[in-house]
Design a protein around this ligand. Structure first.
Ligand code: SF4
Length: 323
């Protein structure tokens, strides 16, 4: 699993805030800050953090659905930011997205057949109408929906079934890399495991690579090979899934893990309550971005020097002066 499929170097995304008489840029939201990341072929990289920490923005940047402010993104070693429109269209076939809200992402006026036919037509694959329809039946079968679903509209399905349609649409064009942006957080708990199992089955069948975005570390544990923890636009810890649950090193990761309910009272960890709110991404704190909320006995450098993301053990990266 060491072939790098997607790589970012010092990726930055600032969203300008305009104001004043001439609509000049008066400030910017620092959504993603210097993210350098490698995603290996065939793995699931879980990306976790509180709402607004920049994880969805990072997912969209990787697919170039939005343009970065600085930095580079490559897929299979080719710089995505240098692609022409035509190259980008071809690359989009390889890179797809599963959205959080399956209802909002499906056109309510289109039948399932039209929804699944659209990417086949856009990418000019699947042959004539009859052959495309065969492919649509195949897709429905792969995601566990009945063939007669093709005549129905999104509102006629349950939330879980709608997400299955969203998944069918994302795999229609044989992608390699899928960004799943909180794909189960809008679903009932009873349905969540089914969707995760489906995604894992499809990954095995087609060798898919996932970036699985979630705000819940518990969900990520089950599906991810590695986990990256994000705080205020930065990756603060990155390691193998088992390692992060056994040996979390960054105090933010420790606090997130301590909030997961554990049924066995003996296995429960002491809850770490973080004080204060997440700082404003328009004006992030100096030094370590976590310092205003960090429960550890901080050192002077915490307030003035930004900690680097360092490899502290093989495959275990942490951004903290005290680790
Ligand atoms: Fe806490 Fe300092 Fe480590 Fe930041 S660098 S997490 S403030 S100890």
């Amino acid at each position: 699993m060491n072939e790098v499929l997607v790589k970012t170097i010092n990726l930055v995304k600032n969203f300008p805030i305009k104001g004043g008489l001439f609509s000049r840029e008066v400030a910017s939201v620092k959504a993603v800050q210097n993210v350098s990341l490698e995603i290996y072929k065939g793995e699931t990289l879980g990306l976790v953090g509180e709402s607004g920490c920049g994880k969805s923005t990072l997912g969209r940047l990787l697919l170039r659905l939005i343009e970065p402010t600085y930095g580079s993104i490559s897929i299979r070693g080719k710089n995505l930011l240098e692609f022409s429109r035509k190259q980008l269209r071809q690359a989009r076939r390889q890179m797809q997205m599963i959205f959080q809200d399956p209802y909002a992402s499906l056109n309510p006026r289109m039948t399932v057949e039209s929804i699944l036919d659209e990417p086949l037509k856009v990418h000019n694959i699947g042959g004539n109408r009859k052959a495309r329809r065969e492919r649509i039946f195949e897709l429905l079968n792969l995601v566990g929906l009945r063939p007669d679903s093709i005549y129905r509209y999104p509102h006629e399905f349950s939330g879980g079934q709608r997400q299955r349609i969203g998944i069918a649409r994302s795999i229609a064009v044989h992608p390699e890399f899928i960004v799943a942006d909180e794909p189960i957080s809008a679903l009932d708990v009873s349905i969540q495991a089914q969707i995760i199992n489906l995604m894992q089955d499809l990954q095995e069948k087609f060798g898919l690579t996932y970036l699985f975005v979630a705000h819940d570390l518990k969900v990520i544990e089950y599906i991810s090979d590695r986990v990256a923890v994000m705080y205020l636009g930065k990756i603060v810890e990155l390691t193998f899934s088992k390692e992060i649950y056994k040996n979390p090193l960054h105090p933010y990761t420790q606090a997130l893990l301590s909030a997961i309910p554990v049924p066995d009272p003996k296995a429960r960890k002491q809850r770490i309550i973080l004080t204060g709110d997440v700082p404003n991404p328009i004006d992030p704190p100096s030094g370590c971005c976590f310092h205003p909320r960090c429960p550890l006995d901080k050192v002077e450098a915490c307030k003035s020097v930004e900690p680097e993301l360092r490899e502290v053990a093989p495959g275990h990266w942490v951004a903290c002066h005290l680790v």
